[in-house]
Structure formats: C-alpha cells, structure tokens
Design a protein around this ligand. Structure first.
Ligand code: SF4
Length: 418
C-alpha cells in the first residue's frame, strides 16, 4: 500500500513540474514515505533522515517532507527530533502536495478524512502491465500488535463506481493485471460487497488477472471462496495471515479466530479452489509466547504447508496494547524462534516448488530479469515467480511454460506455447 501511495505522490508532483532524480543531493524536495509497522523500519528511516539533513545543509532550497505512518503517528513530534524537516503529512493527506507549487504553508497535516482519502489523485505508476488500485483505507480490527488502526484510521470503502472507472482506464492503457489493495479487503462494503466487486471487475475487457491483499481469516466468506473458484480472472492465490498456531496467543492478539477456525477455512479453500496457493504472516515471540505456543506454530506450518510466509520477530509498537503486555521476550529468543520458523518454511516452499516440476503453468511476462539479462521473468496465477530463457514475447503476454526446476524462491521454466 505504501508503494502505491508513493506512486500517487509522484503523480501529484509530476503534474506540478517536478521530475524524479536518482541523486538525492540534487533534489529540491525529498519525501520519506515511512512505515511504522516494525521498529527496524523506523530505525532505518531515522538514520536515512540524518543523511538528508547533511544534503540540505549543502543545498539551502531543499525541502524535506515526512509522509506515511510515522508521520501520522508522530506528527509535530518529528520536528523535535528533526527541526530541519519542512512538512509532515499522513497517508490520507497526500493531496497537500498539490499545494506545493503555490507555497504550502501547513507544516503538519494528519487529518483523518474519508473524502480526502479517496480524492482522485494522479498516479505515476511504476509498471506498465501490473497496477495497484486502492479499494479501502483503514482497519477496525485493532489487533493488539498493530498500529494500522491508529495510523490509517477507521475502515472505509471506496465507492465501487470510482474503482471501476479507474480499472477501465487501466485496461484501456494496456494494463493486464490489477491488485486490489486494502488492510482487510474481505470486509469491503459500499453499494456492493467484495465478492460483488470482484464480479464487476472481472467483466472489464483487457484485464486478465485480478489479485487482492490483504484478507482477514475471520472475514473470509463462502461467497468469496465461490468467486475465487468460479471466476477465471481471479488469481488462485490468497494471502491469509495466520500470525500464530496457538489459539491462546491468537486471543491475546485479538485476531477473532481460533487455530481450528483458521484450519477450517484452509480446508474449504483447498476443496473449493483446487491448486490454490496460500501464503501467510507469522509473528515469532509475541509477549508471553511459551515453548509450547511456539511448538503449535511449528506444527501449524507443517500441517498447513503454506506456499510461502512473511515471518517477523514481534516488535513493540508504541500505542498498541501488545507493547504494554507482560511477558515481553528477549530478542535472542525471538530471533531463535524466527530462525526455526523460516528454516522450516524454506524447506516446505522448496518441496512445493519441486512438486511443480513437469507441470504446465500459465505466466504473465513481467520483463527481463534484473539479475540475469538472458532471462525473462513472469508470474503464475498462484504468484510464483518463473524465469525462462529470453524469447520474443512482449511484457504483459500470457504464455504457457513447462516448469523444469523448482527452487526455494522461484521456478525455472521453458516456453511451450505462445
Ligand atoms: S487486521 Fe491487519 S491491519 Fe487491521 S489491525 Fe489487524 S493486523 Fe492491523
């Protein structure tokens, strides 16, 4: 979502005559679009900010702006830490950049206004084949470890007509794949619900693939599963954060489901949508996590066999309930558990990728590989990266390939048909 917010900032600034530069020392404006979901990201931001201060010393007309979740949460407080910063604006206030050319005099804008959040801003997209489209903002779930409800505000859904208009324009512009963005897309609700929205989007000619992130397990409805099974354009991949295999911890996290509830959803998904890929998020070392809780998570990974996971050490985020909970674990234990989780998942992912050897997959070509100019990269509907030797196909082409090798993080294939 932050990446797409950056695309909006670039779009707004370009309309005012700004151009991107690779060299921050030559910039008239540096914007930090920040993330506060984990402490590490925040630490990294402050160290980069120190570097920008040095650039500004040498270039007096340079302005520095802080955007995103740290801006929203810290507000005026940023000036205490970094008085050389010029503007601070939250994720729902990107529109303030529209006033830069005329001299923006508001230095802190962190208003929570649903109309402002959905203002149609120009977007400078980083890709010409795949596009990200925001369908909702905010979250009402208040998971005990998460800052999102505080930084992005309460949940609100964008009107479906506005979403459809944006996607129709993308289809006309040659985009083939869209990813619908929201903190909890399953609870999208305007004049239609999320499955209804997917049905409408799948009728748009030119769009070949529809993806969405993120889904909350509690709100994963039978109707959505049916839509995933029935609509060919809806990719057979779901990212469904589990967070822990321990029901006791899930309760402390305020996730709203037990491990058994989660397992039930997984088996329905696999029954109704054969071949579906399921990925997840896991937190290692949540406060009071015992060896037994950790063991439940390890067993969950073995039982479910996700296609991939994002796993992180628990990070104490200021203002969240989990940050104040008793039983905070030493970093060493969290790291040890995280290492076990990642090692196990790597083995599972590699095994699952190897099982695809010899199968035929349809991939959407994304371009020449950044690490090997002799290869093209594409992605299966199940969101697995496939590389093939360079052939004469355009970006955005859908081609069939045979998987010849499954690796830990990607697949190797060869073209069999255009
Ligand atoms: S559902 Fe997701 S975004 Fe919302 S509070 Fe929980 S973790 Fe945060």
């Amino acid at each position: 979502m932050n990446v797409h917010d950056s695309e909006k900032m670039l779009g707004v600034l370009e309309r005012q005559g700004y151009a991107e530069t690779e060299d921050p020392r030559r910039a008239d404006l540096i914007i930090f679009n920040t993330c506060s979901i984990r402490q590490k990201a925040e630490q990294k931001f402050y160290s980069e900010l120190g570097r920008a201060k040095a650039y500004k010393k040498k270039r007096s007309k340079m302005k520095i702006a802080i955007a995103g979740c740290i801006a929203q949460q810290t507000g005026e407080g940023i000036f205490k830490k970094a008085p050389y910063v010029d503007f601070v604006f939250g994720p729902q206030n990107i529109h303030i950049l529209e006033n830069l050319a005329s001299g923006c005099n508001a230095s802190v804008v962190t208003e929570d206004n649903p109309h402002i959040a959905f203002t149609d801003l120009p977007v400078k997209r980083s890709d010409t084949v795949r596009a990200w489209v925001t369908i909702m903002y905010g979250c009402n779930n208040f998971c005990s470890f998460c800052v999102v409800p505080y930084t992005r505000g309460r949940e609100r859904s964008r009107p479906s007509d506005s979403i459809i208009t944006e996607i129709e324009a993308l289809a006309e512009g040659g985009y083939k794949e869209i990813t619908l963005l929201g903190q909890n897309v399953n609870s999208y609700k305007s004049d239609i619900d999320f499955p209804g929205l997917l049905r409408r989007i799948s009728r748009i000619g030119g769009i070949e693939r529809i993806r969405f992130v993120t889904s909350h397990p509690r709100d994963l409805s039978e109707d959505l599963i049916e839509v995933m099974a029935d609509l060919p354009k809806v990719c057979k991949h779901i990212h469904l954060p589990l967070q822990s295999g321990s029901t006791r911890l899930l309760r402390l996290m305020n996730r709203g489901y037990s491990y058994d509830d989660y397992l039930g959803k997984i088996s329905t998904l696999r029954e109704e949508v054969p071949g579906i890929a399921i990925t997840s998020d896991i937190i290692a070392g949540f406060p009071s996590e015992t060896e037994e809780d950790h063991f439940h998570t390890i067993m969950a990974l073995k039982d479910i066999e996700f296609d991939g996971i994002f796993a992180f050490r628990f990070s104490q985020r200021p203002g969240t309930r989990a940050a104040e909970m008793e039983g905070q674990l030493p970093e060493g234990i969290k790291s040890e558990r995280l290492t076990q989780i990642l090692k196990l998942q790597d083995e599972i992912t590699e095994r699952k990728n190897k099982a695809l050897e010899g199968t035929i997959q349809e991939i959407l070509i994304e371009g020449v590989s950044e690490t090997d100019r002799e290869k093209l990269t594409g992605r299966t509907g199940t969101n697995k990266i496939v590389t093939i030797p360079v052939v004469d196909v355009e970006r955005g082409a859908l081609i069939s390939v045979e998987i010849i090798r499954g690796r830990k993080h990607s697949l190797e294939g060869r073209l069999i048909e255009r």
